[in-house]
Design a protein around this ligand. Structure first.
Ligand code: PGA
Length: 254
């Protein structure tokens, strides 16, 4: 972490947590925490839980896990950026499960990123290589394509607002985490790719995701280019999520 960037610890609940369970979680989390200005905490609940959580969230930023690329129209079952902007100011774009299960490609994710920015949502653009790509030595090539694709055609000032999340596909939900050195190498590469894309790459936040837990969060977060964590499984219970947040607070006291 660097003092130039406020670290963010974000929980991606995926398709977990009813409204009742989400509210109980958030009340307990807020009661267990005093988040200093030097750290940001965010949660990405399912669409159904966003509004009820909005009513109780005090220290936690809220975001959506996905959105449609169009603003409105005949797209049954979809949710658009202006609808989300009434409730949240963050949105995940291109989470690995969207890319791999739902077939979202860089072109679609670029359109979503642009649309999110246009409506005042801060996109968290997710990138990451598969195990096959890593084993073939193609990690940085893949990351480069996803970053270039995601940022394509976006005005430099607007692009400065994007948060990037590096989540190696082989580390998501597998219990297998990238080592701090592996993660740092990719984060530094992302920051250098961004030199051509934003006015100040030193201020872009790059989160790491993939089996982050209390046992490994401090080592990951101490790397110079890791500016926070996107947490799946360990964000579903207050105790481990709160422990990860506390590891960020310890490394970045107010
Ligand atoms: P995980 O998920 O922490 O359960 O590996 C991370 C993510 O998908 O964002």
């Amino acid at each position: 972490m660097s003092s130039k960037r406020i670290p963010m610890i974000a929980g991606n609940w995926k398709m977990h947590m009813t409204v009742a369970a989400g509210r109980e979680f958030l009340n307990a989390l807020e009661a267990s925490l005093s988040v200093p200005d030097a750290v940001e905490v965010a949660l990405f609940p399912a669409y159904t839980a966003i509004y009820p959580l909005r009513q109780v969230a005090k220290q936690v930023r809220l975001g959506a896990q996905n959105m449609h690329a169009e603003t409105e129209g005949a797209f049954t079952g979809e949710v658009s950026a202006p609808m989300l902007r009434e409730l949240v100011d963050l949105v995940l774009v291109g989470h690995s499960e969207r890319r791999h299960i739902f077939g979202e490609d860089d072109d679609l994710l670029n359109r979503k990123t642009k649309r999110a920015l246009e409506h005042g949502l801060q996109p968290v653009l997710c990138v990451g290589e598969t195990l096959k790509e890593r084993d073939a030595g193609a990690t940085l090539e893949r990351i480069n394509a996803q970053i270039e694709g995601g940022f394509a055609g976006i005005d430099k000032q607007a692009a400065q607002k994007i948060i990037v999340a590096y989540e190696p596909v082989w580390a998501i939900g597998t219990g297998r985490t990238a080592t701090p050195q592996q993660a740092q190498e990719v984060h530094a590469a992302i920051r250098s790719i961004l030199e051509a894309r934003v006015p100040d790459p030193g201020r872009i936040r790059i989160l790491y995701g993939g089996s982050v837990k209390p046992e490994n969060s401090a080592d990951l977060l101490s790397q110079p280019d890791i500016d926070g964590a996107l947490v799946g499984g360990a964000s579903l219970r207050v105790e481990p999520f709160s422990a990860i947040i506390h590891s960020a607070i310890r490394l970045n006291p107010a």
